[in-house]
Ligand binder design. Sequence first.
Ligand code: 13P
Ligand code: SF4
Length: 301
Amino acid sequence: MSLESEIRVLKDERDAVLLAHNYQRPEVQDLADFVGDSLYLARKAREADRAVIVFAGVRFMAETAKILNPSRTVLLPDLGAGCGLADAITAEQLRRWKDDHPGALVVAYINTSADVKAEADVCCTSSNAVKIVEQLPSDREVLFLPDMFLGEFVRRKTGRKIHLWVGDCPVHAKLRPETLARARQEHPGALVVAHPECGCGSQVLPDVDRVLSTDGMVRFAEETRDPEVLVATEVGILHRMRRLNPTTRFEPLDAGAVCPYMKSIDLADVRDSLARLQHRIEVPIAIADRARRALERMVAA
Ligand code: 13P
Ligand code: SF4
């Protein structure tokens, strides 16, 4: 039996749903029940009615699924699937930052550990960060963490007084103004869409045509009639964009923008995860209860 068939059979036997992020390997995306960005997958995990959620993504996404739907078994097929950005701040560092800014509201990007979310007032993703900050009382200062480029983008869009944590994604931070300038020279006339985590937020982003979450890019791909589009994010997104719109030429801004964490899960890991019910993600109840408040505020916004 092929790996794909084994996975389909095991999924039924285990009463499992397979969620995959837009950056996952194409063959993993193709087998998933739902593919999307962090917000879409958090919503799908929250409403999942299957016994098991297999999360083909990274650890903070699987933790979020467990927090939002604690009665389900949540599996992360490879425990090495972390996130360089989520590692940029610890709960202890956040507590000290809060002490320095009494009265400020804490907005935590979903790319954080559960114990960091437990210290936050509200979570956000790349697709709703501007809306979340706009909804906060205007007389309160905001602490935004851990991505300084996304935070800078939100600061510019909202005009709010926002303190930024100095963290970044090792993959997106490499997409510098020079990368953009070189690509524009090589592809004159191409449209550029960029994820807000891209490096030099204050410099690169004003020069790009659209700033979008990964699902925003997928929706854009369905609609665009432009002949060529350069995509400034992790290369895994190109699979869906190209399939949805074979007429437009989608090229990576930098073909080296590969997230090793997102690529660590392959089909054999998914099969083993279902066969052995590994690796179960658990979040201590006290942390989960506090993190859930911040996540539910985001989902309700
Ligand atoms: P999205 O929510 O846009 O999918 O982003 C997640 C992520 O990890 C970006 O690096
Ligand atoms: Fe984390 Fe960056 Fe990978 Fe996204 S691309 S999962 S932010 S390391």
